[in-house]
Design a protein around this ligand. Structure first.
Ligand SMILES: Cc1cc2nc3c(=O)[nH]c(=O)nc-3n(C[C@H](O)[C@H](O)[C@H](O)COP(=O)(O)OP(=O)(O)OC[C@H]3O[C@@H](n4cnc5c(N)ncnc54)[C@H](O)[C@@H]3O)c2cc1C
Ligand code: SF4
Length: 496
């Protein structure tokens, strides 16, 4: 069934037998665990909106492989309109959930593998592209959630993979068999892996000839033998375990994506699921394709998230009775300005994209990297303004349970309430939303997700073509193509 319902998605996860650890303990019922359930609910929303007529155009696409209607989160970008719709879809999803909805990493990993395998096959006569297309048809027809696992633990950052004291600091092939390979290592920070069907494993950097064992891209079922998920902690996550979760801020959808460390403890991967195996010369290419597709996303998803945060902040100013003040309005305007700037750049990156040899469509790399670079600043700046306008109560609000305590509840309600149109609980909800969605977990995602700021700056400088810019200034200052006869320079003042 090309479009799963949200219920089918959740049921399909229940049927997986994954090995997962949450809070340091082995958990069998991952889907319903309170630490994971909000993240499952967020992804379920991506399935839900695809069934709604008003969102069909953004949330679905036509497969270029089968001609069937598929979820846009399983689509290979064909043209600039596809990229624009992707950014719009991400903004819509960000608005609907107010958090990270996780499916983009797998989507961009699939696009990167699709485009790279085409080029690897042309250069090396391999059969990876056909294999990947077959895999992709399964993903599209079953509307699977795929995670993208690229970031290795990396050990000592001053050393290459082959120089590490522990060779497992980067995922590598430890055994080659006629029917496949065995991989060992781990990928960190994996968004949505714990509630995915498949994990796409990709190399995390350009590799040298003596690092062929690290040049591996493949698909691994989330419940394959040897795969272990160790769930990460988030800001205030124990609040999810409290009844009602009122202090959690975004109890239905969670704070960012629910990241996990994925360990590959000697996992066998059959040949049909291997999409790169030793072709070190294409690893840098694969990483760059993935990064470019992923970095522009943030203008969409963080745009939608910021819409919700701006909403919470604007509502807070009404609760406080400051909404009509000109300076307050100006700060809200600044939040909108910062947000729309990155959204506009992401739309620009889509419109200025280009066709790859595989026939898929790539963002403009300079603009895509600029989007992500700005996100590493604007998200913090938007949070700062939200903190400013919402007031100190963000840091000092009494526990939600105090509202129900018969001895002190009436004090809390009386002194937390501000203007008479809103009760104290409304202020608590907005404050908790802002507190949690501007927490270190959310902000660090904006900083490091899709690569640390320096990774974007390297591409930006390369793409900026400084030599051409120097040529431009030389042409402007010294050029000789002016209108003939026009007096551009004043006559020298005659000497007295
Ligand atoms: C919330 C979140 C979700 C994520 N989701 C995913 C996901 O789904 N899949 C995935 O694959 N990855 C994911 N990532 C990982 C993300 O891509 C990485 O965090 C990012 O690439 C930075 O890598 P790192 O965390 O290892 O940082 P580090 O390598 O520890 O970098 C820390 C700092 O050191 C600098 N640095 C690193 N190496 C060097 C060097 N050799 N010389 C000088 N400076 C150096 C960096 O520029 C940075 O400033 C996610 C990250 C976050 C925070
Ligand atoms: S941070 Fe944004 S782009 Fe990345 S997975 Fe989450 S929603 Fe998608």
């Amino acid at each position: 069934m090309p479009l799963k319902t949200p219920e089918e998605y959740v049921d399909s996860l229940r049927s997986l037998k994954i090995r997962a650890y949450i809070g340091g303990e082995r958990v069998e019922d991952v889907v319903d665990h309170p630490a994971v359930a909000p993240h499952v609910n967020t992804v379920a929303k991506t399935y839900q909106l695809a069934h709604e007529a008003e969102h069909e155009e953004l949330m679905t696409a036509t497969s270029h492989l089968t001609g069937r209607k598929i979820h846009r989160f399983t689509h290979i970008f064909q043209n600039s309109d596809d990229l624009i719709k992707k950014i719009q879809m991400l903004r819509l999803m960000g608005q609907a959930t107010g958090t990270c909805f996780q499916r983009c990493v797998g989507l961009d990993a699939a696009n990167a593998i699709y485009a790279t395998t085409f080029e690897v096959d042309r250069a090396h006569g391999t059969d990876y592209h056909r294999r990947f297309r077959d895999f992709l048809v399964e993903v599209q027809d079953q509307d699977l959630m795929t995670a993208g696992a690229m970031t290795d633990p990396k050990g000592d950052r001053s050393k290459r993979p082959s120089q590490q004291d522990d060779p497992d600091q980067y995922v590598r092939v430890v055994e080659r068999r006629p029917d496949g390979v065995v991989i060992r290592g781990a990928k960190l920070h994996n968004t949505g892996g714990i509630n995915s069907h498949q994990v796409l494993v990709l190399p995390g950097m350009a590799l040298n000839e003596d690092e062929r064992d690290y040049a591996i891209a493949c698909a691994v079922p989330a419940d394959a033998e040897g795969v272990v998920f160790i769930f990460g902690r988030q800001s205030n996550d124990e609040r999810k375990l409290e009844n009602g979760c009122q202090d959690y801020g975004n109890p239905r959808f969670g704070v960012v994506g629910g990241e996990a460390m994925i360990v590959f403890d000697d996992v066998f991967v059959p040949n049909e699921r291997i999409f790169l195996n030793g072709e070190h010369d294409f690893c840098g290419h694969l990483v760059e394709y993935f990064a470019t597709w992923h970095r522009a996303n943030y203008g969409g998803c963080k745009g939608g998230n910021a819409d919700v945060l701006i909403g919470a902040t604007a509502k807070m100013t009404r609760i406080l009775g400051t909404a009509r003040n000109g300076i307050v309005k100006d700060k809200l305007t600044e939040m909108v300005h910062l947000n729309e700037t990155t959204f506009a750049s992401a739309i620009g990156a889509s419109a200025m994209g280009y066709l790859l040899p595989s026939g898929s469509f790539m963002f403009d790399p300079l603009l895509a990297n600029t989007v992500k670079q700005n996100i590493t600043r604007n998200v913090y700046q938007i949070s700062r303004l939200s903190h400013d306008l919402a007031g100190g109560i963000l840091a000092t609000m009494p526990d939600a349970r105090a509202f129900d305590n018969p001895e002190i509840g009436h004090y809390v309600k009386k002194y937390v309430a501000a203007t008479s149109e809103y009760d104290a609980l409304e202020r608590l909800k907005m404050a908790r939303y802002i507190e949690n969605m501007t927490s270190v977990t959310s902000q660090v995602e904006a900083m490091h997700g899709a690569g640390s700021p320096q990774a974007q700056r390297i591409v930006m400088l390369r793409q900026a073509e400084l030599d051409k810019k120097i040529e431009m200034v030389e042409n402007v200052v010294d050029g000789t193509d002016d209108v003939e006869g026009l007096r551009l320079r004043a006559e020298p003042v005659p000497a007295r």
